[in-house]
Design a protein around this ligand. Structure first.
Ligand code: GLC
Length: 756
């Protein structure tokens, strides 16, 4: 605690300190004028600044701001530098609009494509989500504006989001649902973290001391403050104790009184309140070092940045016969209401009042001779008239562009999808147009995977344009005509069908509880573990050029847990036009005590190459890259043994692989105890030698094959799962001590041996 903060705390009354821990308004903290303490203003987020015109009103108009591409689009660029640049632009707009903390990024894992808020999240992979969001945090905060990493944690659905209890085992929690937050906290150092609404293993996140204090602060070293999601606090005192510093929205008179009373009657130690005030003041004073509420937004420059990001986010999913890019000489049939009323962002708290919005049809009219029909009009049921009109224009054109946007009433904050389908009308429209026009391009605007089986085989080209922000139209047209060579890659798997999704049998839960039954096997980890084909794999994205992968090199074939492994891969642009490729590096653990996915993403790099140009891309893998979380030891650990290093252009397109050997794993304490089985003893570095003679006696060795014959079994296999004490009981008459005493003595010998 700095002297200045200590001095402030000493001068603040109990009432003022309690009031500081609760919003003074829905978007502001408490000002304390007599001490010169100004309030900070917080605003959503995450892909634009939704600054309330009236910060004293919970739901209010917001000032115009640039609506950038949403998180799923941002993530699909796989471009950390570009994401950092976006962060700086968002900070510039925060400064103009007088916002001290931007409420984002959201990085909850895409456990199921049904989650209505997936558009606001980065990926199904925690490393990708963590590293990309850290870049955004760093960009925003580099300019003296804070962020709020959200929603901590295990908030992977909108169904019953305020009350649902997420039941998740410790290993899955650590490896999948917290790992992205851990990376973002350690690399990004967000000024604030926002706790989620839901329960995790019984406790509300807002009162979850294991999440908010033990893990976030004690283990990860987090130093900012924790703010509640709006309305997430149920019990202010329990929340304060757990490490929830700011209850939002405010004001909440009964919470304020409860805190004051609790301190006065001794049920809440004032040091806990002071700890929270210290955390709040650190951020408030830091925010106030950067004056805000001045200048003007450079609308055109930020619109241009929004377009540049959108153009790098677009994923070319399919391009049969190189239908794209268009030459510019084609007559076009332009079909779909999204061509005139673009769906460029999602519904809910992230909804931005854009400074301007480009429309695909307007921009296309300057590029081609075309005929436009509304096509779908966002009708849900099949409208045959619209389809007939679309077929007519498609037949007479050189190519048909179908702008297909999933309506906000289907996916949004606040509710989940029930299936992965487009509307029945949209599906019928695509099928009808593709049936008469072999050069059909589908341009999608959606926040997460959709089921394309009814039409994907008859449509030669598909662009996934996500919710691309206010400048998305220009980005789409630039990609259609090859002004921009698409470089986006999927950060989530597009499955063939909903029932293939790993969470299918456990989403969205029942009786107020959702069980994370698929464990760590989320996304590509799950599809590959079950050998399931998918429509488009994690990391997939085509280009108008071709990239060749050659010569994967590793710094050493054998390495120890204390060494890093340097990996390089050569990439060549063997095509005819410049382009960008994201090289993905995965590891596969050849053998492990606990089950591991077939591959896990551990590094990635995006590289720009001119035609014919080659570059060698370098990666550094530390011990964490080879580790998994073992709840038995309560830590991340890597086992000695072989690993495959896999370099690819998607999780399913591995082009190079190299086997390396970790010669020494993470040093681990013996786990042996009085209940340990014979197998545990035989697997223990020091226990095996002690138990071997006993196993021999029990017919687990060679000379007592007759015992095995008598039972028709291999004795060692037969007895591996037998606790040693139980085995010793079988021959208790031969012992001069009890089995427990004998095992205790053996445990002491192991402890001594391990200590040397
Ligand atoms: C919402 C969202 C959260 C947002 C907050 C303030 O309910 O869950 O992401 O930042 O409330 O609008």
């Amino acid at each position: 605690m700095t002297d200045k903060i200590q001095a402030l705390i000493n001068q603040l009354t109990l009432e003022e300190k309690a009031a500081l821990s609760i919003g003074a308004t829905p978007w502001q903290t408490l000002p304390v004028e007599r001490l010169g303490l100004a309030p900070i203003i917080v605003s959503d987020g995450p892909h634009g600044v939704r600054r309330a015109v009236d910060p004293t009103a919970l739901i209010t108009e917001s000032f115009p701001a640039t609506c950038f591409p949403v998180a799923v689009a941002l993530a699909s660029t796989w471009n950390k530098e570009l994401i950092y640049e976006l962060g700086q632009a968002l900070a510039d707009e925060c400064i103009v609009l007088d916002v001290d903390v931007l409420l984002g990024p959201g990085i909850n894992i895409k456990r199921s494509p049904l989650c209505g808020r997936n558009f606001e999240y980065f990926s199904e992979d925690p490393l990708l989500a963590g590293e990309l969001s850290a870049s955004l945090i760093q960009g925003v905060q580099s300019k003296g504006v804070g962020t709020s990493l959200k929603h901590y944690a295990v908030n992977n659905q909108e169904t019953l989001r305020f009350t649902i209890n997420a039941v998740v085992d410790e290993r899955t929690l650590r490896e999948i649902y917290l790992a992205g937050f851990e990376i973002a906290v350690k690399q990004g150092k967000p000024w604030t973290v926002m706790c989620a609404y839901n329960r995790v293993n019984g406790d509300f996140c807002s009162e979850h001391s294991y999440l908010l204090t033990t893990i976030l602060r004690d283990q990860w070293g987090y130093e900012g403050f924790v703010v509640s999601d709006w309305g997430a606090v149920r019990n202010r005192i329990a929340a304060l104790r757990a490490g929830l510093d700011l209850q939002m929205p405010g004001p909440v008179p009964h919470s304020l009184q409860a805190v004051i009373n609790a301190v006065k009657d001794g049920t809440l130690d004032e040091s806990i309140l002071n700890r929270t005030v210290d955390r709040l003041l650190k951020v408030i004073l830091r925010a106030k070092e950067t004056p805000k509420g001045h200048g003007t937004i450079d609308i055109d420059a930020h619109h241009g940045l929004a377009q540049r990001i959108a153009s790098e986010s677009i994923v070319l999913l399919k391009n049969d016969n190189n239908l794209l890019p268009l030459t510019g000489n084609e007559t076009l049939a332009v079909i779909g209401q999204a061509a005139t009323e673009p769906v460029y962002q999602g519904g809910g708290s992230s909804h931005i009042k854009a400074t301007r919005v480009d429309k695909p049809l307007d921009l296309l009219q300057n590029r081609a001779e075309l005929r436009y029909v509304v096509g779908d009009g966002y009708a849900f049921e099949v409208n045959q008239n619209h389809i007939d009109e679309a077929v007519t224009v498609a037949q007479s054109a050189d190519a048909a562009l179908l702008f297909i946007a999933l309506p906000a009433r289907i996916e949004s904050e606040g509710y989940d999808r029930r299936d992965l389908n487009l509307t029945p009308h949209q599906t019928a429209l695509i099928q009808a147009v593709a049936a008469v026009q072999p050069r059909t391009v589908v341009i999608l605007n959606n926040g997460s995977a959709i089921d394309m089986r009814p039409w994907i085989d008859t449509v030669p080209a598909v662009l996934e344009a996500w919710l691309p922000g206010q400048a998305g139209a220009g980005a789409v047209i630039d990609v259609l005509y090859g002004t921009v060579n698409p470089s986006g890659k999927l950060t989530e798997t597009f499955p063939l069908r909903l029932s293939d999704t790993p969470a299918y049998l456990n989403f969205p839960g029942e009786n107020g509880e959702v069980r994370y039954g698929e464990g760590i096997f989320v996304g590509y980890r799950g599809y590959e573990a079950r050998n399931l084909d998918v429509l488009f794999p994690f990391g997939h994205g085509l280009s108008y050029t071709q990239f060749d992968y050659s010569s994967l090199r590793v710094s050493n074939r054998f390495f120890t847990i204390d060494e890093t492994l340097e990996v390089t891969v050569e990439i060549t642009n063997s095509g005819q036009c410049a382009g960008q490729e994201t090289v993905q590096l995965y590891i596969h653990d050849a053998a492990s005590r606990l089950q591991r996915p077939p591959k896990e993403l551990k590094a990635f790099a995006k590289v720009a190459l001119e035609p014919g140009q080659s570059k060698r891309v370098a990666f550094t893998l530390d011990s964490r890259a080879f580790s998994y979380y073992d709840p038995a030891y309560g830590r991340w650990l890597a086992e000695a043994g072989d690993f495959e290093i896999l370099a690819g252009s998607s999780s399913a397109a591995i082009h190079l692989r190299e086997t390396v050997t970790l010669t020494s794993g993470t040093p681990l304490p013996s786990r042996l105890n009085l209940e340990s089985t014979i197998g545990d003893w035989l697997d223990d570095a020091h226990g095996a030698a002690l138990v071997q003679p006993l196993v021999q006696l029990m017919g687990g060795g060679n000379e007592s094959a007759s015992a095995g014959d008598a039972l028709g079994v291999d004795m060692l296999t037969f007895f591996r799962d037998l606790p040693l004490t139980v085995m010793l009981n079988f021959q208790a008459d031969a012992l001069n001590v009890t089995p427990e005493q004998m095992v205790a003595s053996m445990l002491e010998q192991v402890r001594i041996a391990a200590a040397h």
